[in-house]
Design a protein around this ligand. Structure first.
Ligand code: ADP
Length: 301
């Protein structure tokens, strides 16, 4: 099973082009869509989820034309949107039962057992009678994934699911996502590199509405092998390194010390040590190549 996106473009009425000729082929397993805020991730996710139209291009899942047959795709879609609001005064159990009903699980006994299974899976069974309004952020996210998983969807879209979760909740969420069957397409959109490196076997990096890179995380990292050098410096010296013309792709504090990573075919000088590339390096390198995104680079001080 493959989701094939071809030349998808979208410009909002205010003139902002959010997607520009996006083409991606997404197979089963976890696919990470990585990009900064404003890169176009939600626009792409909402378009795949049939919640908004594109101006041009196509999306096909097997024989289904997603843009022209939204009803067909909705039958096999699970979606956890970025701004997932919950009804405050309803319990998780009641709400899931209602959503299951809307998703077409009409037989009451089937619904009850599907809901109970999911509540156990997302570890909310013990609090199933509590009102959703009393849930913590992590519990709400887990409830969100439960509703997305109802009815055994073949395509699951989760938009920025770990933003705002504490490390423990994030870890729980990772575990939950990693248990989703291998025969399902799961698209995870995020601005957090760790989400992708932890979970995804395939990925794309998107910036300014364009696909900057697509492939396997390990392959994308490997492209930088032998080209990265790092050095601990003092903060006031940073400007001097930049003025030397070195391509500093990131500078970050580690245990209170500033470490710069430089892209170069050879060691800039003998004070630099070779660095094994990480996905974060590859991401920062792409952003530093893209002048529009560079100014927002998260690691820059
Ligand atoms: P991301 O999910 O990566 O943060 P979005 O898809 O939400 O990115 O947004 C991409 C760009 O489109 C941003 O510049 C955003 O401000 C703009 N945008 C998003 N939604 C709308 C809208 N409804 N009308 C106008 N501009 C929008």
């Amino acid at each position: 099973m493959q989701l094939v996106i071809k030349n998808l473009s979208k410009t909002y009425p205010n003139g902002k082009q959010a997607l520009h000729n996006v083409s991606l082929t997404i197979g089963t397993g976890m696919f990470g869509l990585l990009g900064q805020n404003g890169a176009g991730k939600s626009t792409l996710m909402r378009t795949i989820a049939t919640l908004q139209d594109a101006d041009s291009g196509s999306i096909f899942l097997e024989g289904i034309d997603v843009l022209k047959q939204p009803q067909e795709i909705r039958k096999i879609l699970g979606y956890l949107p970025q701004d997932f609001g919950v009804y405050q005064n309803v319990s998780a159990e009641e709400m899931l039962d209602h959503i299951a009903d809307m998703k077409g699980i009409g037989i009451r006994s089937e619904r009850t057992s599907a809901v109970a299974d999911l509540l156990k899976r997302v570890n909310l069974y013990d609090v199933r009678k509590k009102k959703l309004g009393s849930y913590s952020g992590g519990m709400k996210q887990r409830f969100g994934i439960a509703q997305a998983l109802l009815g055994n969807p073949k395509l699951i879209i989760v938009d920025e699911p770990t933003a705002g979760l504490d490390p423990l909740e994030r870890n729980r969420f990772y575990n939950l996502l990693s248990e989703i069957g291998e025969n399902t397409i799961v698209i995870l959109s995020t601005h957090i590199v760790e989400d992708v490196s932890t979970l995804c076997n395939d990925m794309a990096i998107i910036g300014n509405g364009e696909v900057l890179k697509a492939g396997k995380p390990a392959g994308i990292e490997n492209e930088l092998r032998g080209q990265l050098w790092e050095k601990e410096i003092s903060k006031p010296d940073l400007q001097a390194y930049l003025q030397r013309g070195l391509q500093v792709i990131s500078n970050r504090f580690h245990a209170g010390r500033l470490i710069i990573t430089v892209l170069s075919d050879i060691a800039p000088d003998e004070t630099f040590t070779p660095k094994t590339p990480s996905l974060e390096d590859a991401y920062f390198r792409l952003l530093s190549h893209n002048p529009l995104t560079h100014k927002n680079m998260p690691a820059h001080v």
